[in-house]
Design a protein around this ligand. Structure first.
Ligand code: PMP
Length: 390
């Protein structure tokens, strides 16, 4: 039986730079101890108070179909959070609750791209981006953002690709680079969107993990609210990755259509998960700070250790839970470095090449293990790089 082109071409075949990750998982399954600095999952679990709220809601009977757009209370809580942080007037009618940020990215592209439209995104990119765009029948086109510019995209590169495109997706704080886009970068992106009549899809799932500078939501820039779809999630901010709850904030007309899409796809998000999310948001920034604190500490460990040597160069870790390390002084590709490090020291990292072309010669380290193990693994990595460069 024939399967659709859409699903069989979602991800390209062949090497995609994820071999190190899968090899590490296979070694672990075979009983070998491997230190995994690969994916963006906290080393803590969801806070017990959030689980209590989830349990209470379920026991209370919120286990039936929930309202498809999201509960009024959670939509209000998200709208309030966004309005408080950005100053842009936001009501529950601007919000759709989704089963996580990934589903929101897919829905957002469905809303603004037709079959065959060009949808732009920035390279280095989060792994699912091109597949998400292909999945809705549009054509992904990457705009490189290079390390010599702190992985911030340049206006001239965006403008060169913008003509005729339908949308552009950005992510700040950024996975995989740790960059936080400056006001100037975001204003340039906004100007290009207005000039070329592009929709902006702004992935802000790391908005609570900010180590340097300010998180600016581009929806708050002049004339951008009407053309911006913001994607948010409880995954990173509240260590709720497994609960699958996030949102899209967009103009009401867009949300009306997205509710229709949700009716025909997800049919909403579990009510007890939404009640838990509402409780979590109600705890305010104190709980978010508690959850992001380990990454702030490990970012400091990273900067301190990097300063002790001059082979591996760190890109500024301005936000998110990753360090993008430049290992070009070793003469190795990111992929060769990561494979060799796994084979010789049982430490798994992600080659920069798994995130596109712009981070070639880099490796991404996820700061997602306990401080002491992280420190010693990073020291081993730096010693390994020094040996290779000799
Ligand atoms: N965007 C980025 C940049 C991510 O790193 C992730 C998850 N790693 C997501 C979106 C999706 O997160 P979730 O579906 O868990 O909300």
């Amino acid at each position: 039986m024939k399967l659709s082109h859409r699903i069989t071409h979602l991800t390209p075949g062949g090497s995609d730079g994820w071999e190190v990750f899968y090899r590490a998982r296979a070694l672990k399954a075979a009983g070998q101890p491997v230190i995994e600095l690969t994916i963006g999952e906290h080393d803590i679990r969801t806070h017990p108070s959030i689980l209590d709220a989830m349990h209470a809601s379920a026991k209370d009977g919120h286990t039936g179909y929930a309202a498809v757009p999201g509960t009024e209370a959670l939509r209000q809580a998200v709208a309030t959070r966004i309005q408080t942080r950005t100053g842009v007037a936001t009501t529950p009618d601007n919000i759709l609750i989704t089963p996580g940020g990934q589903a929101a990215l897919f829905a957002a592209h469905t809303a603004v791209c037709d079959e065959g439209d060009v949808a732009l995104y920035i390279d280095p990119y989060y792994a699912t981006y091109p597949g998400t765009i292909r999945g809705i029948g549009a054509t992904p086109k990457a705009i490189p953002a290079y390390p010599d510019n702190g992985f911030q995209p340049r206006a001239s590169d965006i403008a060169r690709h913008a003509k005729g495109a339908a949308s552009i997706m950005i992510n700040t704080p950024n996975n995989p680079t740790g960059a936080v886009y400056s006001h100037a970068t975001l204003q340039e992106i906004a100007t290009t969107c207005i000039e070329h009549d592009l929709w902006l899809i702004s992935d802000e799932v790391y908005d609570t993990q900010l180590w340097d500078g300010d998180h600016i939501s581009p929806r708050a820039l002049p004339d951008m609210a009407e053309r911006t779809l913001v994607v948010g999630s409880m995954s990173k901010s509240h260590a709720m990755t497994g609960s699958r709850v996030g949102w899209i904030c967009a103009p009401t007309k867009v949300i009306e259509h997205l509710i229709n899409l949700a009716t025909h796809t997800t049919y909403g998000v579990a009510g007890y998960i939404q009640d838990a999310a509402e409780f979590a948001l109600g705890q305010g920034e104190a709980l978010e700070a508690e959850i992001s604190a380990p990454f702030a500490r490990r970012r400091q460990i990273t900067e301190t250790l990097l300063a002790t040597q001059n082979i591996v160069k760190g890109s500024p870790i301005q936000g998110a839970m990753y360090a993008m390390l430049d290992i070009r002084a070793t003469g190795l590709t990111g992929s060769a470095f990561a494979n060799d490090l796994l084979d010789t020291h049982a430490i798994a990292t992600m080659p920069g090449e798994s995130f596109g072309v712009a981070a070639a010669g880099h490796i991404r380290v996820a700061m997602t293990i306990d401080d002491e193990t992280y420190k010693s693994a990073l020291q081993t990595l730096l010693d390994f790089a020094t040996t290779k460069a000799a």
